[in-house]
Design a protein around this ligand. Structure first.
Ligand code: AMP
Ligand code: GLY
Length: 425
């Protein structure tokens, strides 16, 4: 069996790694992949956003399944294009991916479905938005409507900050057309968690919970990043919350989409705030989370492909999924300066030593091969991941692995999973 994974980050290395270990021993391709995916798959030098190029490759090479990692090709309709060519795709259609592609659309669906989320209003310019900010007062949250590569969200503690955010989005047009419309929403307080759910158009299978660490520095300080680390399971998502999230968040969302003629197939990622009033949706994404994937997939006991195939076929069921009785932690090693500007091409050492440790997998994100040497090529470089019998074991093992790896100006947080560890003690 031939599988094509689209993307080249830590999430895609994790997907390719898990699929390559499937009991059916599939042949895995990854476009464009990175130095890590090259060890478990054949890299295909086509960018993840090159929908024409990827479609042409898939038509010629006829993979049995295409697994799409990032949101941009999904929102650009890669699933629709490939399906029109008779190919099987794990990932939502463009109309379903709008749940991530337009925050206004997502809010509209949630409102119609009665899904708990922050109260909000949408505006098409600075003036109206600012008047609403003045009416509501701070703290308040400003979001560009469209895709902004994980940026475009401003949590504003004062009206002045909100005004500056609106200036950036509407006047400086920092996100281009993604900022044509602006969602202004209520500030929610609580602890965040991610739920990745598989959806086959009708059935919903929630994967185990996880928690991302979005800020660059320890103690959730500094600017937002793509994610500096994660762990799974996240104890903030208690057993009691499980049916609440299924029945009051995911189920009505999928049903409301269906009412609108949109069949959701793929991963539906709910970014949740656990408020005093229960879980509320901060955002929906149309794909696996990064780095949440790095901590959720290694915990799956058994094959991933049958789950993806069942999503395509509409035959998803609980018995396809078993969990290892282990916790998993991923610590991201990033380039110095990230999420701002950073240098590339730094030689990485110690990868083999780290990977040889029990329970450790080093997922690559921004890496490439240069003259036989693995070097940095992005902001987030590695996701150093460890399974452990307990969460503290997994944390310890991940940081032992980190101690083996070096590259010039490497930075990482030393407090990944601290919230969960403090909760336990
Ligand atoms: P998003 O990309 O929508 O998940 O937003 C990025 C981050 O901004 C989230 O992970 C939260 O930490 C924060 N955030 C987004 N919306 C809100 C909100 N309504 N209240 C408080 N924080 C929020
Ligand atoms: N970890 C956040 C995201 O994937 O959007």
């Amino acid at each position: 069996m031939k599988i094509l994974v689209i993307g080249g980050g830590g999430r895609e290395h994790t997907l390719a790694w898990k699929i390559a270990h499937d009991s059916t021993q599939p042949e895995v391709f990854c476009a464009p992949g990175n130095a890590g995916t090259a060890a478990v798959a054949t890299n295909v030098p086509i960018g993840a956003e090159d929908v024409d190029g990827l479609t042409a490759w898939a038509v010629e090479n006829r993979p049995d399944l295409v697994v799409v990692g990032p949101e941009v090709p999904l929102c650009d309709g890669i699933t629709d294009r490939l399906e029109a060519e008779g190919l099987r795709v794990f990932g939502p259609s463009a109309s379903a991916a709008r749940m991530e592609g337009s925050k206004e659309f997502c809010k509209d669906v949630m409102l119609a479905a009665g899904v708990p989320t922050a109260a909000s209003e949408t505006f098409s310019g600075k003036e109206g938005a600012l008047a609403y900010v003045r009416e509501q007062g701070a703290p308040i949250v400003i979001k560009a409507d469209g895709l902004a590569a994980g940026k475009g969200v401003y949590v504003c503690m004062s009206e002045a900050e909100a005004e500056a955010a609106l200036e950036e989005i509407c006047m400086e047009r920092r996100y281009g057309d993604a900022g044509n419309r602006i969602v202004v929403e209520e500030f929610l307080e609580g602890e965040e968690a991610s739920i990745l759910a598989l959806v086959d158009g009708e059935n919903i299978l929630m994967l185990s919970s996880s928690q991302d660490h979005k800020r660059v520095f320890n103690g959730d300080q500094g600017p937002n990043t793509g994610g500096m680390g994660a762990y799974s399971p996240a104890p903030v998502v208690t057993d009691a919350l499980w049916p609440v999230i299924h029945d009051y968040v995911l189920r009505p969302t999928v049903d409301e989409l269906k009412r609108r003629g949109i069949v959701y197939k793929g991963v539906l990622y709910a970014g949740l705030m656990m408020t005093a009033d229960g879980p509320k949706v901060l955002e929906y994404n149309c794909r696996f989370g990064d780095p949440e994937t790095q901590v959720v997939l290694p915990r799956i006991d058994g094959d991933l492909l049958p789950l993806f195939q069942a999503c395509v076929d509409g035959t998803l069921s609980d018995d396809l999924l078993q969990w290892k009785n282990e916790a998993c932690v991923c610590v991201v090693m990033a380039s110095g300066g990230y999420p701002g500007s950073y240098e590339k091409g730094k030689a990485i050492t110690g990868l083999a030593d780290a990977s040889a440790l029990p329970g450790v997998v080093v997922f690559h994100a921004g890496t490439t091969e240069q003259e036989g040497q693995t070097v940095t090529s992005g902001g987030r470089v590695l996701g150093v991941t460890a399974l452990g019998t307990t969460l503290p074991d997994a944390v310890r093992q991940a940081y032992i692995a980190i101690s083996k790896i070096t590259f010039d100006q490497a930075q990482y947080r030393t407090d990944i999973a601290a919230r969960a560890l403090n909760r336990d003690s």
